[in-house]
Design a protein around this ligand. Structure first.
Ligand code: ADP
Ligand code: 5GP
Length: 239
């Protein structure tokens, strides 16, 4: 039987007899990213991937492509949000769309690994969303804004961090406008936040990879190249 154990170490060292919960008493979330493949062989899943970048930088576009190509190995952690769905968005797939009251209750219940207020709405990654993907042995991808990145750095999730940006703020604004999903107010809030996110994103040490999404093909190639070792390792394991 597949047995999921407590957790995994920021430094990648497995401590067989050392309960994670004891080492990090304030962290309730027990990461199930380690499993027994056979009685003797202990394997770790690749570290999750947290993708961040200003709204309109192309995160969803890149991640949708990645998921379409590597559906068997990669899965997207569906966040909760209090924002209203856009016309093409599917509840439970793009987001779990909830009311502010429901979200606040779930947060109070300790159901979230991280959450943050962004442009007048709450967004959060539930512990369950990540857990389900890891149980299926897939590479877990999260799409989070800057505060989410900072909060994730204080959990034991230990993701790799990718920052996606456009070549300039002008290009960002143009893409956000042509996406045609935001009111002028929401657009301005997103652009203001983008300036802060760019400062954080460009600070050395905050991200493991920065992708400049100018030409989409080129940006996607950079993303794939970065994930290649993890995806190959999962392919070998599954076949
Ligand atoms: P995010 O998820 O980061 O908010 P999106 O993926 O929704 O951003 O992209 C914002 C808009 O820019 C979308 O309309 C998308 O089709 C477009 N877009 C994404 N990447 C590129 C690119 N490399 N060149 C031109 N348009 C792009
Ligand atoms: P949008 O409304 O454009 O879908 O998302 C707005 C911002 O929320 C994006 O920057 C996106 O990365 C971020 N976001 C989406 N899901 C989460 C989440 O679970 N947690 C956090 N912290 N940010 C999220």
């Amino acid at each position: 039987m597949e047995s999921l154990l407590h957790a995994i170490p920021l430094n990648g060292v497995y401590l067989p007899d050392f309960p994670w919960r004891c080492r990090y008493p304030r962290e309730e979330f027990i990461l199930e990213n380690i499993k027994w493949k056979s009685e003797k062989k202990l394997e770790t899943l690749p570290r999750p991937i947290a993708v961040c970048g200003p709204s309109g930088s192309g995160k969803s576009t890149l991640l949708k492509r990645l998921l379409a190509e590597y559906r068997d190995y990669v899965d997207f952690s569906t966040s909760h949000t209090t924002r209203k769905p856009r016309p093409n968005e599917i509840d439970g797939k793009d987001y779990h769309f909830v009311s502010r009251e429901e979200m606040q209750k779930a947060i109070a219940n300790g159901e979230f690994l991280e959450y943050a207020e962004f442009s007048g709405n709450i967004y959060g990654t539930s512990k369950n969303a990540v857990k389900q993907i890891q149980k299926n042995g897939k590479l877990c991808i999260l799409d989070v804004e800057m505060l989410g990145v900072k909060n994730l750095k204080n959990t034991n999730l230990n993701p790799k961090f990718i920052f996606v940006k456009t070549p300039s703020l002008e290009v960002l604004e143009k893409r956000l406008r042509s996406r045609n999903t935001e009111s002028e107010d929401s657009l301005q809030k997103r652009l203001a936040r983008a300036k802060e996110e760019l400062v954080y994103g460009e600070t050395p040490g905050n991200f493991d990879l920065i992708v400049v999404n100018d030409d989409l093909e080129d940006a996607y190639r950079q993303l794939k190249e970065f994930l290649f070792p993890d995806i190959e390792a999962l392919k070998k394991r599954m076949h």
